[in-house]
Design a protein around this ligand. Structure first.
Ligand code: ADP
Ligand code: SF4
Length: 692
């Protein structure tokens, strides 16, 4: 094992947290994952891998304490009754197996839960609508409801202990919790001893905290998760006023303070909007008020920043959700002097989308995330090669790079040919768009790792055609017998996507551009209309870029709002606000129906009412076409391939089917895992079935 620089030793000091001891300062804070109560094996395996990767504390997602707080279709943890203990015990066991402490984040969601499943009327400090658009109102809690809630929390704490957890949370954060609702002047309108003054609004938090300590504090550490600032200014809790006062009031009561900002979209802001360490200004006061260990987050992936945070007294333990998802082995890599091998989170929030979609978490950087149990994928280990065959990969984008890296790890000799001088494919281009610079890490990690591999040979500026591939396969040239086409995709220029199944009429009469051209540096002129029928980030980010370049831009979309899918990455609000602030004109719920010279015609998606808008350049952000011409041409020449000694031919990534970057990375990884393996399953992974 390489020796780490002693500068990082401070990160490997033990931390006493009440009655338990953490082996180092790496702390995986609670994070949702779409596994929860429905997929306990999947969950246990995923958390176990984090513990194996060196995290000292590995926590659950939020775990509902009672049917009175039912998160509906979101798949979170549950400890409603004793029957829920075994599923979570499995996770605690998996974490313990690798020497880490297991933490559980108990939650009552208050008015944040519509309770669509349990049909129990939700509760809140005062009468209020639930915070989704469900037609449900939460009722004001009576004293007896308060007593019930305290009893449920205590019982859930006792169950947590029985499930084997070492840390039990009292959770008042993210504005998603009943305790936070009680703290809030906006939602707590009570005039009894639980409302009014801040001391009164903190009463329930204090009671629950003390009762949790009383119930399980002898052997479990009691952690508080508290959002010290809601980023709402004087309307909300701020770190200068009430956030600070709450910490002052409860300073020495819990065994650990896990502090952040709310709401979740602020806490887990994407790299497009916030950079590493963005929470420090809000949370840095906490340590001066308590002697107990403090944990904070801020998408920390830099070991130097982590050391600085400890040395400057900002926090005692480095909290991480996304950095631990992108690289479950981050602590081990620092410990073993392999900092350059850290797969840094790019801050894209594809992981978060899994939770919103109620499916197991995915990660752009880490294709094994969510696949630990069902496919037995490990982020650091992969099966050895099955033959001495040589593999050619055409295209060095995310799919080609990931495939090369994973085949290289398996021990295969790989030749990677990339047309351009630079690797990275779409990532090297997209990372130059406003706010997306961290996306380059997809390339950086793979390039660094590939440089260390003498089994993978990379040829840049090497655009291959059909003939090259057949010719180069001969034994006296490169001698490969398998070909993966990872040649990517290109944006269409005919407008075909969701709204149009045929080309938009009149496109020849106007200057039409695609995102590829914009990214390649071609400048639009005059008034620009962007038609976004793709709905993820590209339409919005192109609008931002062109507006910043001083162009007049109108962004048209048939969807109800801009970059609609980014609701799942929790960016939508910020994207739309930024574009409005920049002066981009937004035309939502509008289809672009026809084009004439210097004009586009829009139609309201509800009434078909038409309007005309001046336009000199039209940018179409619609579908993409796979660059599969070489694949198709090779595929119909099976005899010729056979003669050339090419045994297999496969399309991966965007060339197989255009999609998000995470899908391309996954596709490259899957192809490498399945290469020369028997994978003829009906369902290619294990499932967790409901027992009947
Ligand atoms: P993916 O997301 O599937 O990895 P990308 O579009 O990001 O796809 O990357 C595809 C890469 O393939 C690009 O870097 C492109 O330059 C390269 N490429 C495309 N066609 C060829 C070819 N004929 N020979 C070599 N490289 C190619
Ligand atoms: Fe980071 Fe994106 Fe992976 Fe989430 S999906 S952990 S934000 S790289």
């Amino acid at each position: 094992m390489k020796k780490r620089d002693s500068h990082y030793d401070i990160l490997f000091e033990q931390v006493q947290i009440g009655p338990v001891k953490a082996r180092n300062r790496f702390y995986q804070v609670p994070h949702c994952n779409g596994m929860g109560y429905l997929r306990p094996n999947t969950l246990a395996a995923m958390r176990g891998v984090k513990a194996e990767g060196g995290w000292a504390v590995v926590c659950t997602e939020e775990v509902e304490i009672h049917a009175n707080s039912d998160n509906g279709s979101a798949v979170e943890g549950r400890l409603w009754d004793d029957g829920d203990i075994p599923a979570l015990a499995k996770m605690a066991e998996a974490v313990h197996e690798h020497g880490a402490l297991a933490g559980v984040e108990l939650v009552h969601g208050g008015y944040s839960n519509a309770n669509n499943y349990s049909r129990i009327v939700p509760i809140a400090p005062s009468l209020t609508s639930v915070n989704s658009y469900d037609p449900v109102q939460a009722r004001a809690m009576t004293k007896s409801d308060i007593r019930d809630f305290r009893r449920w929390h205590r019982k859930a704490a006792l169950r947590s202990k029985r499930a084997g957890f070492d840390l039990v949370y009292v959770y008042a954060g993210h504005n998603l919790t009943l305790l936070m609702h009680f703290l809030s002047r906006r939602f707590n309108k009570r005039n009894d001893e639980y409302g009014g003054s801040l001391e009164n609004r903190t009463r329930l938090f204090r009671e629950v905290l003390e009762e949790t300590i009383d119930a399980v504090g002898d052997s479990c550490a009691i952690a508080v998760r508290f959002a010290v600032d809601e980023l709402l200014g004087p309307k909300g809790i701020t770190c200068e006023s009430e956030g600070r006062e709450v910490v002052e009031m409860l300073a020495e009561i819990p065994d650990l303070w896990d502090v952040n900002i709310s709401e979740w979209e602020n806490d887990s802001a994407t790299s497009r909007f916030e950079k590493e360490g963005y929470q420090e200004p809000y949370i840095s006061f906490v340590k001066s008020l308590t002697s107990k260990p403090v944990v904070g987050v801020g998408r920390y992936t830099s070991a130097d920043n982590m050391v600085s945070l400890i040395q400057r007294g900002v926090m005692d333990m480095i909290g991480a959700a996304r950095p631990s998802i992108a690289d479950p082995f981050l602590p081990k890599k620092i410990e073993e002097g392999r900092i350059d091998e850290i797969r840094e989170c790019i801050g894209c929030n594809i992981c978060v989308a899994g939770d919103w979609l109620s499916v197991p978490i995915r990660c752009t950087q880490n294709p094994t995330m969510g696949e630990e149990w069902r496919r037995s994928w490990h982020p650091e280990r992969i099966g050895p090669k099955k033959s001495d065959d040589v593999v050619l990969i055409v295209g060095g984008g995310p799919a080609g790079l990931e495939c090369a890296l994973s085949l290289g790890k398996r021990g295969y000799d790989v030749i990677l040919a990339e047309a351009s001088e630079v690797l990275g494919g779409r990532v090297s281009k997209e990372s130059q768009l406003p706010g997306l610079s961290e996306w380059r890490r997809i390339l950086d990690y793979r390039e660094t790792m590939l440089k260390k591999m003498d089994t993978v040979k990379i040829y840049r500026s090497s655009k291959l055609n059909l003939r090259d591939i057949i010719e180069f396969s001969s034994k006296d040239k490169f001698g490969f017998s398998h070909v993966f086409l990872a040649t990517g995709a290109r944006w269409r220029r005919d407008g075909i996507a969701r709204k149009h199944q045929n080309p938009i009429p009149g496109l020849k009469k106007i200057r039409v551009m695609t995102p590829d051209e914009v990214m390649n540096g071609v400048s639009p002129s005059g008034r620009v209309v962007i038609f976004d029928d793709e709905h993820y980030y590209m339409g919005g980010v192109i609008a931002e870029k062109l507006r910043l370049e001083g162009l007049k831009v109108i962004l048209v979309t048939p969807a109800p709002d801009i970059s609609n899918w980014t609701h799942h990455t929790m960016e939508q609000r910020r994207i739309q606000s930024r574009l409005l602030e920049l002066g981009v004109e937004l035309a939502t719920q509008q289809n672009l129906v026809s084009v004439s010279s210097n004009e586009v015609e829009l139609a309201c998606v509800f009434t078909d009412r038409r309007t005309r808008h001046e336009c000199e350049t039209l940018v179409l952000v619609t579908e993409r076409l796979p660059n599969d011409e070489i694949y198709n041409a090779l595929n119909v020449r099976q005899e010729e391939l056979k003669e050339a000694g090419i045994k297999t031919l496969q399309c991966i990534g965007d060339c197989f089917a255009p999609g998000i970057i995470a899908a391309a990375v996954h596709s490259g990884h899957l192809a490498a895992r399945e290469f020369e393996e028997n994978s003829s399953y009906e369902v290619p992974f294990l499932r967790e079935r409901v027992v009947v």
